[in-house]
Design a protein around this ligand. Structure first.
Ligand code: PRT
Ligand code: ZN
Length: 318
């Protein structure tokens, strides 16, 4: 009898233990499944290719998803939502997406609570005021009581108000540049990159309201586990950007020029210098910034550098 009860309790305990273990793993699995970050990027448009490219350069492989609303990354805890750019700040604000890639112009126009985390350096343009090219422009007071067509009434309204100008802002959602030509407005405020759209519509750019680029935005109340994933992603993005902005350089130099060459090439710490098989010569390796590239090359040649090789850097971890 005693043994019977013992045996019975033992089986009960065993079942309870097994249940607890499987429950534990179930909860863990749920947690790991939840610990994925959702990023919203533009489905199709000027930012979509670059946004995808950036993720690829960060070593993140997106599983198909060309025509889907959402696609998982296979080797990083990230799910990608493909949306219209105008909707991205709202989705990030309400937490449907945790982070997003969108133009600053859209973020500020939508004036959502999503916070700008990092500039991505592509999709560069400016939001500018433009008027018919044969008009004479003096200063911003030109726009007093004028009718201005734009897709950015919020940003334009704030800009004019801060400068004490009252204008009649007319919101239109596309082909803003034709508005003055068809008598719908006296002026426009629109995005400009090369300026050719303004030019071919007989308009001239007279005032830049905002300089814009694609930025990474985030929900301001990200939970800690998601913030960790975002930090990892940011670390990769910064490494990619550093690599794009820098080049690896190799050159040969006579030993007597090395001091001068070292001063031109600071490198990450200092240049690597190795002797060549030919006596009196060395090979110098370093990293130079893309924007100083030609200036540095000219100075290196003047200092006696020869056989200069410049190589792109794939990633740069500092
Ligand atoms: O369909 P969806 O709503 O997602 O896309 P969209 O059509 O609203 O936006 P899209 O794809 O045209 O642009 C996305 C983002 O790219 C913008 O929000 C900007 O942040 C950025 N960007 C960069 C530009 C431009 N450059 C640009 N040149 N967005 C638009 N233009 C347009 C501008 O509106 C004008 O019509 O291009 C014309 C002017 O170009 P230029 O070279 O002639 O000066
Ligand atoms: Zn849009």
């Amino acid at each position: 009898m005693y043994l019977e009860i013992e045996k019975h309790n033992f089986y009960q305990l065993k079942t309870a233990y097994q249940f607890a273990v499987s429950r534990f793993f179930y909860v863990q699995k749920q947690k790991t499944m939840q610990q994925r970050l959702k990023i919203a990027i533009q489905k199709s448009g000027r930012l979509s290719e670059k946004s995808r490219e950036l993720l690829t350069e960060c070593g993140i492989n997106i599983k198909n998803g060309k025509n889907k609303l959402i696609a998982p990354a296979v080797n990083f805890p990230l799910d990608i939502l493909f949306l219209r750019d105008d909707d991205i700040p709202q989705y990030v604000e309400d937490g449907t997406a945790d982070i997003g890639i969108v133009g600053e112009n859209v973020v500020y126009e939508e004036s959502k609570e999503a916070k700008v985390v990092w500039g991505l350096g592509f999709g560069k343009c400016r939001l500018s005021l433009a008027i018919p090219k044969n008009e004479t422009f003096t200063d911003i007071t030109y726009f007093q009581d004028k009718k201005i067509a734009t897709s950015y009434p919020q940003i334009l309204g704030d800009y004019l108000q801060k400068r004490g100008v009252t204008a009649d802002i007319h919101k239109i959602s596309g082909s803003v540049e034709i508005a003055p030509g068809i008598g719908l407005a006296d002026a426009i405020a629109d995005l400009v990159s090369s300026g050719s759209t303004l030019f071919s519509n007989g308009l001239k750019e007279v005032e830049v309201i905002l300089k814009s680029q694609a930025v990474l935005i985030a929900n301001p109340k990200l939970e800690a586990s998601k913030q960790q994933i975002l930090d990892k992603l940011l670390f990769r993005i910064k490494a990619v950007q550093k690599a794009t902005n820098n080049k690896y350089i190799l050159l040969n130099a006579p030993n007597e020029s090395l001091e001068e060459i070292k001063a031109i090439l600071p490198g990450m710490k200092s240049p690597t210098i190795m002797p060549l098989a030919e006596a009196g010569w060395s090979s110098v390796h370093s990293v130079i910034a893309e924007d100083k590239f030609w200036e540095v090359i000219d100075r290196l040649r003047e200092a006696g550098g020869q056989g200069i090789l410049v190589i792109p850097i794939e990633k740069m971890i500092l």
